[in-house]
Design a protein around this ligand. Structure first.
Ligand SMILES: Cc1cc2nc3c(=O)[nH]c(=O)nc-3n(C[C@H](O)[C@H](O)[C@H](O)COP(=O)(O)OP(=O)(O)OC[C@H]3O[C@@H](n4cnc5c(N)ncnc54)[C@H](O)[C@@H]3O)c2cc1C
Length: 455
């Protein structure tokens, strides 16, 4: 964007009050950042969690991305556990999460009819019916409540309404961060910094190398007063008629995955993961305004079409669009190791794997920037190629990265060593102790090129 700006002003540097001194500051309280903060605090660190908005959850709550997926390897092996499982069970206890029991995770039409409209299908599978897999439909406000509970119980100091603005550096080492608030700028000093902004805001400010990625953006929304039982009954009793209507609906919205509406734990309320809009830069204020106008216009057209044409949607109403624009990809760290599409599609195993996604392994090095001390990243902006990030950015693997990064920060402080000198085996061991799968043991379908252990 900067090349479009021809004129500049100078602003005074000024003095910034220090509002907190801590072991670890986590910037961004999305799925990755919340997990990182809880994990670091449970490992004995004094943690500050900084968030620009009033709510916790990032895309999972404010962005209303309402299905946890990419958790399963080879159809049945659940590989994102630990804090991800804890979130799931806590939400379920509040009637805020629904997922298929193991006996329903199979491939037949009966299971498909029961679970596909909850989003518990293998989206990567092209044959029909697609396999039913472990995936979790959840409620966004429940996510916010569970996040707050877990952060408070872990003793994390939460600072919302605080927009990260600058990295504090001494030479090549991070010493804290500055946030912009209603009360002016505020500084937080920290021994270790975890960048969980999703956009690499901290890393970019600290001088980390990155590539500028981009992908479709989406104004996700929910409809209420939908008779989902009627809609499903029509879909299964009149499959050809339904398919034609569904195709027409997707033309009206102008960009959606196959399943443009899914059920949520709240009766009569459906989640619409659309419209998908290419060409927008998720960091540009001008682009975000334009996409907001475009997305809202398109969703109202879809609502009108659905009310008019789709059985079950006759009385549907707009419950509302997500508070946050659905941003999938912006800056991507180019760190100590850059994960490639080949790594993911071949299921390449790494000896220093510290967390896992669907059927891939994330090496510790992919969380570390080059040349900057005391900074680690967790989330959708980790060190990865653009095409590979599209396959490895789902909520559960981002949370697993957060859990691992919190452990790494705690180990670095305890051992008085740089993050890059933390022994990945120690992170793996602690991940296992926390009930998470670090990927230290390759699954039978992994590509194992060397069995050297982590160092
Ligand atoms: C439309 C859409 C559909 C998706 N569908 C699915 C799906 O079905 N299932 C799935 O598992 N995943 C899905 N994803 C992917 C997933 O939602 C994200 O990749 C995931 O949420 C990333 O988590 P994160 O914590 O890295 O980043 P985010 O969720 O983006 O969280 C980043 C956090 O940092 C905060 N922050 C950012 N900048 C600053 C700053 N400067 N100062 C302070 N705070 C800051 C944000 O407010 C936010 O809370 C989808 C994504 C989109 C956009």
């Amino acid at each position: 964007m900067s090349e479009r700006h021809r004129e500049f002003v100078s602003v005074a540097a000024g003095q910034v009050p220090v509002v907190a001194d801590c072991d670890v500051v986590v910037v961004g309280a999305g799925p990755a950042g919340t997990s990182a903060a809880v994990s670091a605090a449970r490992n004995g660190c004094k943690v500050v969690l900084l968030e620009r908005y009033h709510h916790l959850g990032g895309m999972a709550s404010g962005g209303m991305v309402l299905v946890l997926d990419d958790m399963v390897n080879a159809g049945t092996e659940i590989v994102t556990t630990g804090i991800v499982s804890e979130f799931t069970e806590r939400m379920k206890a509040q009637d805020g999460a629904i997922y298929p029991p193991p006996e329903d995770c199979r491939t037949d039409w009966e299971a498909w009819k029961k679970w596909s409209r909850w989003g518990a299908i293998d989206f990567h599978s092209t044959g029909m019916p697609q396999p039913i897999i472990h995936a979790v439909a959840f409620d966004p406000d429940c996510w916010k409540r569970v996040s707050l509970d877990m952060v408070r119980e872990a003793g994390v100091e939460l600072r919302t309404h605080s927009w990260f603005s600058e990295a504090l550096m001494e030479g090549g080492k991070m010493t804290g961060v500055v946030a912009q608030t209603k009360m002016g700028r505020q500084a937080i000093r920290a021994k270790m910094v975890i960048d969980a902004t999703g956009d690499l805001d901290v890393g970019a400010s600290a001088g980390a190398s990155y590539l500028q990625g981009q992908f479709i953006v989406t104004t996700v929304f929910r409809l209420c007063d939908v008779d989902t039982a009627k809609a499903e009954a029509f879909e299964y009793s009149h499959p050809e008629e339904y398919k034609a209507l569904d195709r027409a609906a997707r033309r009206v919205i102008g960009g959606a995955w196959g399943m443009w509406w899914l059920k949520t734990p709240l009766p009569g309320i459906v989640w619409c993961n659309c419209p998908h809009m290419p060409g927008y830069d998720g960091m540009s204020p001008e682009h975000m305004v334009a996409s907001e106008y475009e997305g809202r216009e398109r969703m109202m057209k879809l609502l009108a079409f659905a009310r008019e044409n789709i059985p079950g949607f006759e009385n549907a109403k707009m419950l509302g669009a997500a508070e946050q624009m659905g941003i999938r990809q912006t800056r991507l760290l180019q760190g100590e190791y850059v994960v490639t599409k080949d790594d993911l599609t071949k299921r390449r195993w790494f000896a220093d794997s510290v967390c896992r996604g669907r059927d891939y392994y994330t090496p510790y090095r992919a969380l570390l920037p080059k040349g900057i001390d005391n900074l680690i990243v967790a989330g959708r902006h980790y060190s990865v190629e653009s095409e590979a990030q599209k396959l490895s950015r789902e909520i559960p693997p981002c949370m697993a990265q957060g859990e691992a990064s919190g452990i790494a920060a705690a180990l670095a402080i305890a051992g008085n060593v740089a993050l890059r000198d933390v022994d990945a085996r120690a992170i793996q061991k602690q991940m296992r102790a926390q009930g998470a799968d670090p990927g230290d043991v390759p699954s039978p379908n992994a590509l194992v090129e060397t069995m050297e252990t982590a160092q």
